[in-house]
Design a protein around this ligand. Structure first.
Ligand code: NAP
Length: 503
């Protein structure tokens, strides 16, 4: 890996503390940082290098996934860290930063390869990108990269405007947009599905009845009331994480069954049947939680949460039915749902196969599985499940493991993503065309929400969302698969199996 400097805006913030420093520390332990590597932390707080290092140390001791932290290694790691007081809007601060960075590069004999990580609110993205260009921080003698976190705009026009501004300072190939769902191990494994061993793959070579993507949370708005009451589930989850998961599965599953292996996520998104706002109510369900019970404890309804307007008509749940109109996916509905204060915390993709007698191909016990399940969180697993015929809603599925990783060995999403950004590998980042196409699909839905063309349906906290979300599938003869995976051989979730995936 080439020598580089990691320039972190928002170094005093929560994301840096909980995710970025622990991820960098793991990369350091795994020898996945460049030999010559420096971190410049930035923020308005008047921190010295020592204060900064003490804060980074605290964050690692509190949030690192490594239990035994060795003082000697930690001290060596912290030597790379320096702090520069910077206010995002102050031109002079960038000039000072440039001098500090250049002097460090000179001392190390390192080239001016600089990664700018914007761990700050989106209102600063444009200003910072502009100042980086104006100050000359992006040197022509090395590479420059910009890493940003969602939200990428709050609707289609604002996303386009943000992108226009960023592209005045950075080429598209230099912008690494993080959607941390793309860093999750099971999502990354989707990339390798076509390498899965052929006897298992053959089981998938049958008609797909539907694809279901769920991200349900049991928590409410927590400390993010101000942001969430403006964003809602549609902006917070649907436009980005959920549509990215749809693109990933739509792109890679056909590869696994021998259709085209060269499709891009963008093509999947381009083939999505667009919605008009007048018809959106037939395809999109919008909900808001009321009071209810989570894990046996009573919880308040959304509008009684601190910081939420008592009359708020914001969505905390969204379910949608989408169609990809291409040769492979034509006729296969994609059902997506996401919500807060739901029954179970789970992010999963379920591929349901149509009825076909494939018992001759069975991987276990002479039965053909009819679900392929990607458990993305909190468990990590790929399984196939056989649901006994005759009682699909009540019958207990048998589970056949495909890939059950050893959880202790799994990288955190931010480890994989920061490593890829340092390498310059864009595979698991979000491209502008994907962002734009996502907003294009969502924009009529936002307008339908605003014009109250889609009713806001209440649901009890601790439920699976409004009944209308079940009806959305029932009208096509389907239902949500909510089974917890039950693994065979007496093993529990999270245990390691002999894995069918070729490594
Ligand atoms: P945060 O805790 O509020 O931190 C904000 C950071 O921005 C602080 O370091 C602050 O430093 C800096 N900042 C604020 N105003 C500034 C200014 N005028 N000039 C320079 N620096 C300024 O926010 P966060 O939770 O870390 O989130 C950062 C970004 O990541 C946000 O865009 C958020 O949406 C995104 N994100 C966060 C999480 C998470 O888990 N926290 C997850 C996904 C995405 P000073 O106060 O020292 O100036």
């Amino acid at each position: 890996m080439e020598a580089s400097t990691f320039i972190l805006f928002g170094a005093t913030g929560d994301l840096a503390k909980r995710k970025i420093y622990p991820a960098l520390y793991t990369l350091f332990l795994d020898n996945k940082l460049p030999d010559s590597f420096s971190v410049f932390g930035l923020g308005r707080r008047e921190w010295s290098d020592e204060t900064f290092r003490a804060n980074v140390e605290r964050s690692i001791r509190e949030f690192s996934r490594h239990e035994a932290i060795q003082d000697e290694q930690l001290n060596e790691f912290l030597e790379a860290f320096r702090f520069c007081i910077l206010d995002a809007g102050r031109k002079d601060d960038y000039v000072k930063l440039l001098r500090m960075v250049e002097s460090r590069e000179e001392a190390l004999g390192a080239p001016p390869n600089r990664l700018f990580y914007l761990s700050v609110g989106p209102e600063f993205f444009e200003t910072i990108a502009f100042q980086i260009r104006e100050s000359g921080l992006g040197s022509a003698n090395g590479w420059k990269r910009l890493v940003i976190e969602k939200p990428f705009g709050h609707d289609l026009p604002s996303a386009r405007e943000l992108n226009r501004k960023l592209s005045e300072a950075f080429e598209e190939s230099e912008i690494f947009r993080i959607d941390h769902y793309l860093g999750k191990p099971i999502v990354q494994r989707l990339e390798e599905l076509r390498e899965i061993d052929s006897s298992v793959r053959e089981l998938w070579n049958r008609p797909i009845a539907n694809v279901q993507i769920t991200a349900s949370e049991t928590v409410g708005v927590e400390e993010r009331a101000g942001y969430y009451d403006q964003a809602g589930a549609v902006r917070d989850m649907f436009q980005n994480h959920m549509l990215q998961l749809l693109m990933m599965v739509a792109t890679h599953l056909p590869g696994a069954v021998g259709v085209s292996s060269e499709r891009s996520k963008k093509q999947a998104m381009e083939s999505l049947r667009p919605l008009h706002k007048q018809e959106a109510g037939a395809f999109v369900i919008r909900g808001q939680y009321g009071e209810g019970t989570i894990s046996g404890k009573p919880v308040a309804g959304y509008t009684s949460e601190p910081g939420i307007a008592p009359q708020s008509a914001n969505d905390t749940f969204i379910a949608a039915k989408l169609r990809i109109e291409d040769d492979f996916w034509s006729g296969v509905p994609f059902y997506i749902r996401t919500g807060k204060r739901m029954k179970r915390k789970s992010t999963r993709i379920v591929v349901e196969f149509g009825e076909t007698d494939l018992s001759g191909l069975s991987a276990a016990a002479g039965k053909a599985p009819n679900l392929l399940v990607f458990e993305i969180g909190p468990n990590d697993a790929i399984t196939m499940q056989h649901v006994p015929t005759g009682s699909p809603q009540t019958g207990k599925p048998e589970t056949i493991p495909v890939y059950i990783p050893d959880r202790g060995s799994l990288p955190e999403a931010y480890e994989s993503l920061i490593y890829d950004a340092l390498l310059g590998d864009p595979t698991f980042f979000v491209r502008w065309d994907e962002v734009e196409l996502s907003w294009q699909w969502v924009q009529p839905v936002l307008e339908a929400f605003e014009q109250q063309l889609i009713p806001l349906r209440p649901y009890a906290a601790g439920s699976n969302g409004p009944d209308a979300s079940d009806a959305l599938l029932a009208e096509e003869g389907h239902h949500w698969w909510d089974n917890e995976p039950e693994l065979q051989n007496g093993s529990k979730e999270g245990e390691s199996y002999a894995c069918h995936v070729n490594h």
